[in-house]
Design a protein around this ligand. Structure first.
Ligand code: BGC
Length: 474
């Protein structure tokens, strides 16, 4: 539900902006104000995700997520009842703050309660939920477009209040993360929660007991080696992880996905579609492609692993963007070739599919699993905030660049795709199937110690070898 709120709230404004009663009520004076009505949400998300580091550490994962959902009820209600631009903007910052907490707290919580085997799939469910949220918002906007008066936009804003309410109530019944409990010396509750989270077979076979002692040992070890302060994110043995987490999130935005999610109809207009309704339906199409292609991501993330998906996704997105740019450069702006606009549409869908099974989910999965417990909430707060900051920047810049450099915009995104491909190939190790504690070891968990040497090609492909080699080093 956290993911649905994330997607719904970012998507809903798209259709709402086009509604006449909304325009009449708020009467913004210029496009900068219009832009800020949209991006005040992302500003709130940025602040919320930074704050979430503190909340998740101090109050626990569960209470922070519950707090985020409750705050969203307030932000959503204020948006739905807004009477002027100040209320609208403040309410979007509040709702954004809540989404920021959820976008950080939900993957963190999921990664800590999930068994290693299905952790990737489970955290990726958040991405599936985001894509569904975007799609639901689009169709609800479409459905309320013709309601007369202000209800046409109050209803789509109001629906989110109900969704957040369900989440807040549901969260009361979920168990707190055993890792957070253990870290706060609440061992008995931690053990009870692990047993509640695993099935009877795991309990009978001693798997849960092993998990409990692994967490216990790793916490004891961590107390000896690290401070758990913000500065620890940049010490030897840690800064490389910090950099990977931050870059994976920044690159997720530099793919250009939100150029498609927020501005698909402008892209299609640039690609020669002149009818508004075709452009609208084509936009809905990219929402559907986004949802459908998240499924192969869920399936393969814990089977093929993170690296193959990141590499193939970056390659597909690069190809899609290059061809899109070239088609517009060659056939635009007149588009006398009637097939070319459809070529552009197909490229936009191929690009979206390439994102949906790879960088979409893994952008959230990877940072949630690479940091040791003592600094996990701070680190994920930082990586998530980087994502929102670049989301904000890209969505502000896209319309400007579209006008200034036309098809050049897509070539820039393609260039980022290529850089991502090379970067993942050389610098991003596989985390599939390992417990969070094993991953910590793989990265050379000794804070203040030596940074691990760059991975050799055998290490990159052979999980056991990686763990073996690093264990030896530690
Ligand atoms: C990104 C969002 C994007 C969405 C599209 C998420 O992973 O963080 O910025 O809008 O995917 O599905």
């Amino acid at each position: 539900i956290g993911g649905v709120l994330f997607g719904y709230d970012s998507g809903v404004i798209n259709g709402v902006l086009a509604m006449t009663p909304f325009q009449q009520t708020f009467q913004w004076k210029n496009s900068a104000m219009k832009g800020f009505i949209v991006s005040s949400l992302q500003l709130g998300c940025f602040l919320g995700s930074l704050g979430a580091g503190y909340f998740c550490e101090k109050f626990g994962r569960k209470r922070s997520v519950l707090g985020g959902a409750s705050l969203f009820v307030i932000g959503g209600a204020l948006q739905a009842s807004a009477h002027g631009i100040p209320q609208l903007i403040v309410s979007r910052i509040i709702a954004g703050f809540a989404v920021g907490i959820l976008s950080m707290g939900v993957p963190l919580y999921l990664s800590e309660v999930a068994p290693a085997k299905i952790r990737g799939t489970l955290v990726s469910m958040q991405q599936l939920a985001i894509t569904l949220g975007i799609l639901i918002a689009f169709w609800i906007d479409y459905g309320t477009l013709n309601i007369s008066g202000n209800n046409s936009w109050r209803v789509p804003f109001g629906i989110q209040v109900g969704i957040a309410g369900i989440m807040a109530i549901g969260m009361i019944f979920l168990p707190e993360s055993p890792r957070w409990l253990m870290d706060n010396n609440l061992e008995e509750r931690a053990e009870a929660n692990i047993n509640r989270l695993r099935n009877e077979r795991a309990i009978a076979s001693g798997e849960t007991a092993a998990e409990v002692s692994e967490i216990r040992e790793s916490i004891a070890f961590e107390c000896e080696v690290g401070s758990g302060k913000w500065s620890e994110l940049f010490v030897n043995g840690m800064w490389r992880r910090t950099l990977i987490g931050v870059l994976i999130q920044i690159f997720q935005q530099l793919t250009g996905i939100n150029a498609v999610m927020y501005y698909a109809s402008s892209i299609l207009a640039q690609a020669g579609f002149d009818s508004q309704s075709t452009a609208l339906l084509a936009t809905a199409g990219s929402g559907i492609v986004n949802v459908v292609f998240t499924f192969p991501g869920l399936y393969f993330i814990d089977r093929a692993g993170r690296r193959p998906l990141l590499l193939s996704g970056a390659a597909i997105m690069t190809v899609g963007m290059v061809i899109l740019g070239v088609l517009i450069a060659v056939y635009g702006p007149e588009f006398s070739n009637t097939a070319a606009p459809y070529g552009c549409l197909v490229m936009m869908y191929i690009f979206t599919a390439g994102f949906a099974f790879s960088w979409g989910p893994i952008g959230w999965v990877y940072p949630s699993e690479i940091y040791p417990l003592r600094i996990r909430s701070k680190a994920i707060a930082l990586t998530t905030a980087s994502n929102w900051l670049f989301n904000f920047a890209v969505s502000q810049l896209v319309p400007v660049l579209m006008e200034a450099i036309d098809w050049g915009l897509y070539i820039i995104f393609a260039a980022f795709g290529l850089i991502m491909l090379i970067w993942v190939y050389f610098y991003v190790p596989e985390t599939k199937g390992k417990t969070l504690e094993e991953i910590d070891l793989m990265f050379g968990s000794r804070a203040g110690g030596r940074a691990p040497a760059p991975l050799s090609s055998t290490e990159k492909t052979n999980d056991t070898a990686v763990i073996g080699v690093v264990q030896e080093k530690v």
